[in-house]
Design a protein around this ligand. Structure first.
Ligand code: TXA
Ligand code: MG
Length: 318
């Protein structure tokens, strides 16, 4: 890990590291973000590993402009209005994902929506523009810890897990972005933050709905069941594969099967497994198999998040 005070060379270095799939702590006007190439599965998996997230929370995709963001999500009329007024700035919007985008499926943890934000901070803007990539970035702290508003906070929380920390002093706002979701029933406040709710409501000309856990929190089991689960049912910790089942494997000893099989990592690498998890589930599901048999994965490191996700996908459907 290196920590460098921002200047043109450091910005170029940060952009090059992002393009190479590395992790860079980037100052924004809200908090420092732990950034990685949002189109690179392994880089996104590295974010989860560095944060020690026990689950795959979906991440915010940071773009240099609203035009860039429109490559990945579909803007409603209300969403366009907010983008025009508040971007670049401390607003994140959760919008339906465009079909066929280059984004890693791990970024949105298998959801059909993506959170997008265009930050105003000059350094963040410069890094995104130079990298020419959408950048996935949660706050640059270990899971459950306080959000970092200085480079020193990032060092304390993540240390060597980050390849470069770009130091631009204290964040101007010091509070995370305000998150607004757009669902069938209209705009919903998913997280209050640095942008005042009343300002958002004034531009929309109507009140934001307050989010109730069961409806919009991707961590709540109800939501996970309806949004994350493949059409096929999952059978976990299998030691053999039944006829007609597709196999999600892990490790060097793939179970014998006549059907479709995908090995998340032949070498037993959990970061690789995390990187492939959602695309593998999609592919096995698309094969039309009624059941996906899943080999056991160790419950350590990223394995905990993978197993959490698999357990939720295997839970009885509503
Ligand atoms: O100010 C900020 O927003 C900072 C800077 C770095 O941009 N980022 C940040 O990220 O706070 P994070 O990961 O700590 O919080 C993002 C929140 C999470 O609670 C996550 O669940 C939610 O956004 N989120 C992301 N994608 C979502 C989606 N598709 N649907 C619903 N919630 C989503
Ligand atoms: Mg956070």
């Amino acid at each position: 890990m290196t920590i460098e005070t921002t200047n043109e060379q450091v910005i170029a270095k940060a952009a090059a590291l992002l393009r190479a799939g590395k992790l860079v702590a980037i100052p924004t006007e809200t908090v420092y973000g732990l950034g990685a190439d949002a189109t690179n599965d392994m880089a996104v998996a590295a974010i989860f590993a560095a944060k020690g997230r026990p689950q795959f929370n979906p991440l915010i995709v940071h773009c240099a402009s609203a035009q860039d963001a429109a490559k990945y999500v579909v803007f409603s009329e209300d969403a366009s209005k907010l983008a025009q007024h508040f971007w670049p700035g401390a607003l994140t919007m959760v919008l339906p994902k465009k079909a066929g985008t280059a984004l890693s499926l791990l970024v949105s943890a298998g959801l059909e929506t993506v959170a997008v934000r265009v930050p105003a901070a000059r350094v963040a803007q410069a890094i995104f523009a130079e990298a020419g990539l959408p950048v996935a970035a949660p706050s640059a702290n270990r899971s459950g810890a306080i959000s970092p508003t200085t480079a020193a906070h990032v060092v304390q929380s993540l240390g060597d897990a980050v390849d470069l920390i770009v130091d631009d002093g204290a964040c101007e706002l010091g509070l995370e972005s305000t998150i607004v979701g757009f669902f069938d029933k209209g705009p919903v406040l998913l997280r209050s933050g640095a942008l005042k709710t009343s300002e958002v409501e004034a531009v929309l000309g109507k009140p934001l709905q307050r989010h109730t856990e069961a409806e919009t929190n991707p961590q709540s089991p109800g939501q996970l069941l309806s949004h994350y689960a493949p059409a096929a049912s999952l059978r976990l910790n299998v030691t053999d594969v039944h006829e007609g089942e597709a196999l999600l494997g892990f490790g060097p000893n793939l179970l014998p099967t006549q059907g479709l099989a995908i090995n998340l990592s032949k070498s037993g690498n959990l970061q690789k497994a995390a990187a492939r998890l959602f695309s593998a589930l999609h592919e096995l599901d698309a094969s039309g198999a009624k059941t996906i048999a899943v080999m056991p994965l160790p419950d350590e490191g990223l394995g905990e998040a993978i197993n959490d996700r698999l357990k939720r996908a295997a839970a009885p459907r509503i």
